[in-house]
Ligand binder design. Structure first.
Ligand code: SF4
Ligand code: SF4
Length: 123
């Protein structure tokens, strides 16, 4: 399960540097798979490949009022719940408003999260 940032976010920025996967971005900023990872190319759902440095617009329309244009946001495909790095989600531990919560739209088993961590960091 990925973590999602709700509309309780007060833009303090405490969570962003804590993420081992660089999955957290400030509202309004673009994201890429290459940020903070070893990824060089990504295979898309349609089978095409893109360079991992390709940038994408903030993620919007999540549950709990999540909106990457208004609040810090998490890229679910880069979030591993900190598997392989920490016992608990680091962002949730530092957030002063409890805005980092489990995302019901991205439920994953521990083994899947571990495989995602290996995919991101090649180890
Ligand atoms: S749970 Fe961990 S990996 Fe996911 S966004 Fe928070 S700090 Fe990053
Ligand atoms: S720590 Fe919490 S309040 Fe601060 S930027 Fe992150 S989600 Fe927002």
């Amino acid at each position: 399960m990925a973590i999602i940032i709700t509309d309780e976010c007060i833009h303090c920025g405490a969570c962003e540097p804590e993420c081992p996967n660089h999955a957290i971005y400030e509202n309004g900023t673009e994201w890429s798979y290459a940020d903070g990872t070893q990824l060089t190319a990504i295979e898309m759902e349609d089978g095409s490949q893109i360079d991992a440095t390709t940038t994408f617009a903030p993620i919007t329309g999540g549950t709990f009022g999540a909106d990457g244009n208004e609040y810090f946001y998490i890229v679910p495909t880069k979030c591993t719940e900190c598997t392989g790095f920490h016992e608990e989600p680091a962002c949730a531990l530092v957030c002063p408003t409890d805005a980092c919560v489990p995302d019901p739209d991205y439920v994953e088993e521990k083994e899947e999260l571990l495989q995602k961590k290996i995919w991101l960091h090649a180890e």
